[in-house]
Design a protein around this ligand. Structure first.
Ligand SMILES: [Zn+2]
Length: 211
């Protein structure tokens, strides 16, 4: 008597078009699981040409998840949103929530070493001194309560990835002309602002998703 074939081997025997039809109505979390089942599925699902399939699957989810950020691939976005793994060390951690502003999930250990919270504005790149580097990168601004104000003399704090801060600072310092530096700052601020608007929509989605 022959052993019954594994379910996934039956699936991979189907015509490619049929597999796509099945996969595009599958929940993104299940797609991530399927991608781990076999090399064939991983090759199919992680190939850049499968982006539309992921988009379809992500759009089917209710309430509709905000669009995948331009800086991420759809599978990476689905992994961040639906799987409970630390972005930095890969450990499973149910308690690690998505930080929508930094687009990471961090376990306690990695949060300590990778995410920085500062009560003071950092390096100010422009001569008018109005813009600090925290505004040029994915970051979250939080307003502190009055007790913190009296204790620390600060009314707000920034949280961001230490690596993002160092990378943007190095890039800025490598630019020679004042005009180019100003343009760089303006472009980065526009990018960071649109990222924060997207993060805010994701936060609202997350609250609805949990309720
Ligand atoms: Zn970790």
């Amino acid at each position: 008597m022959h052993d019954a074939p594994a379910p996934y081997s039956l699936l991979t025997d189907l015509p490619y078009e049929i597999i796509l039809k099945i996969v595009e109505v599958t929940h993104p979390k299940d797609l991530l699981t399927i991608a781990r089942v076999s090399k064939q599925f991983r090759g199919l699902l992680m190939h850049p040409t499968s982006a539309s399939l992921w988009k379809h699957s992500l759009a089917l989810h209710e309430p509709a998840l905000p669009e995948c950020p331009a800086s991420m691939s759809e599978p990476r976005w689905a992994h961040l949103v639906f799987e409970e793994q630390c972005t930095f060390c890969g450990a499973n951690d149910e308690a690690a929530e998505v930080n929508w502003y930094l687009r990471v999930r961090a376990c306690k250990h990695c949060a300590k070493s990778c995410i920085k919270t500062s009560l003071q504005d950092g390096f100010r790149p422009l001569s008018d001194g109005t813009t600090s580097f925290e505004r040029l990168i994915p970051s979250k601004l939080a307003y502190l309560d009055s007790m913190s104000f009296f204790a620390f003399g600060c009314f707000r704090s920034w949280s961001y990835l230490a690596a993002d801060y160092e990378a943007v600072k190095a890039e800025y310092l490598s630019i020679r002309s004042d005009a180019d530096r100003r343009q760089f700052v303006e472009e980065r601020i526009a990018l960071a602002n649109s990222g924060r608007a997207h993060s805010h929509r994701c936060e609202i989605w997350s609250q609805k998703h949990q309720s």
